[in-house]
Write a protein that binds this ligand. Structure first.
Ligand SMILES: *Cc1c(COP(=O)(O)O)cnc(C)c1O
Length: 343
């Protein structure tokens, strides 16, 4: 790929700002495996307090955070219910099965991204029947593909979990995007209230170089801490990284609204081309469907002109983030227009 001028591949591509780097350089540190790193402890306590939960653990990635959650809720031979396209089912290298001996029970998504509550309930295995794995957990993702799933859906799923005595996990890699999109009445505490455990990424829209946090009930976080060590995820002077997370919480949450505004403007610009079928974004992720041939040629053209994006099977994904400004949106739209002018 040529050098990228406008990078819409993912919100993971952001680089730490000067302010964030200064906070990292100045971080007070200790040995976190000994529980001695004051900056890590501050980040964990702050996230737990923000969500109104017992405890939190700072980890290297969203994948590790989800895996620790699955392994804390479920034991060997247990099962978790998740969407057919859930990140923790599809995009995490089968870690729950490989490392936890935990079986996934995937559920088809409806067109709005939710799972049908009837389908969830029907997939829960009867208790005490030795034919089945033991269902322990329901996992929900929100935002899901950049879509904000409604709060009444989350409440419905929580009700099912409660009636069946199951755990409830939120893969909230972009939970702050959802809260900002839902508006002033939605804080992260209300958004995550129904869940026993919540995974939130600091390294996506929040702009930190590394890290996710798993937040939840004390017993789950205690178990996660042992599993993190077992998986080789115990870090030492990781306050340098946690400092970036704390900086992100101070500076980069409200501004997610700018990413959402730019995504909307980008989507409207793309939708002006009749060949492109654009799904209007709730947050910072836009999906564009085209006839496969056109889509592949467009993706290749844009990449050759320094517009970074991901495209497969005629579908493109554009993601806005901290390092995309208004000029970059205009620049990318100009390249799309140039493609269609050339025909
Ligand atoms: C990115 C992402 C993850 C995993 O995060 P990594 O830090 O890339 O491991 C998990 N869930 C969702 C929904 C994500 O978007």
């Amino acid at each position: 790929m040529n050098s990228i001028r406008y990078d819409f591949r993912s919100d993971t591509v952001t680089r730490p700002s000067a302010g964030m780097r200064a906070a990292m350089a100045e971080a007070e540190v200790g040995d976190d495996v000994f529980g001695d790193d004051p900056t890590v402890n501050r980040l964990e306590q702050r996230m737990a307090a923000m969500l109104g939960k017992d405890a939190a653990i700072f980890v290297s990635s969203g994948t590790q955070s989800n895996l620790l959650a699955l392994m804390s809720h479920c034991g060997r031979g247990d099962e978790f219910i998740a969407g057919q396209k859930a990140h923790l089912y599809v995009n995490e290298a089968g870690g729950a099965a490989v490392l936890g001996s935990i079986q996934p029970q995937p559920i088809a998504h409806q067109s709005d991204g939710t799972m049908d509550p009837g389908d969830i309930e029907a997939a829960i295995k009867p208790v005490g029947d030795s034919h089945f794995a033991t269902t322990r957990l329901i996992a929900v993702e929100n935002t899901f593909g950049g879509k904000v799933l409604p709060m009444d859906y989350m409440a419905q799923v929580a009700d099912i979990a409660q009636r069946h005595g199951l755990g409830l996990h939120l893969d909230g890699a972009r939970a702050f995007n959802a809260c900002v999109a839902l508006g002033v009445d939605m804080d992260i505490r209300a958004f995550t209230a129904p869940f026993d455990s919540v995974s939130i990424c600091l390294s996506k829209g929040l702009g930190a170089p590394v890290g996710s946090v798993l937040i939840g009930r004390q017993d789950l976080i205690d178990t996660a801490r042992r599993h993190r060590k077992m998986l080789g995820g115990g870090m030492r002077q990781s306050g340098i990284l946690a400092a970036a997370g704390l900086y992100a919480l101070d500076h980069n949450i409200e501004r997610l609204a700018d990413d959402h505004r730019r995504a909307k403007r980008l989507a409207e610009g793309l939708a002006a081309h009749p060949a492109l079928s654009v799904t209007m974004p709730d947050t910072n992720i836009i999906f564009v469907d085209t006839e496969k041939q056109v889509g592949d040629r467009l993706t290749e053209f844009l990449q050759s002109r320094g517009v970074g994006l991901t495209g497969r099977y005629g579908q493109q994904r554009w993601v806005t983030h901290l390092d995309v400004d208004d000029e970059m949106v205009d620049g990318a739209l100009a390249e799309v227009a140039a493609f269609f002018r050339a025909g």
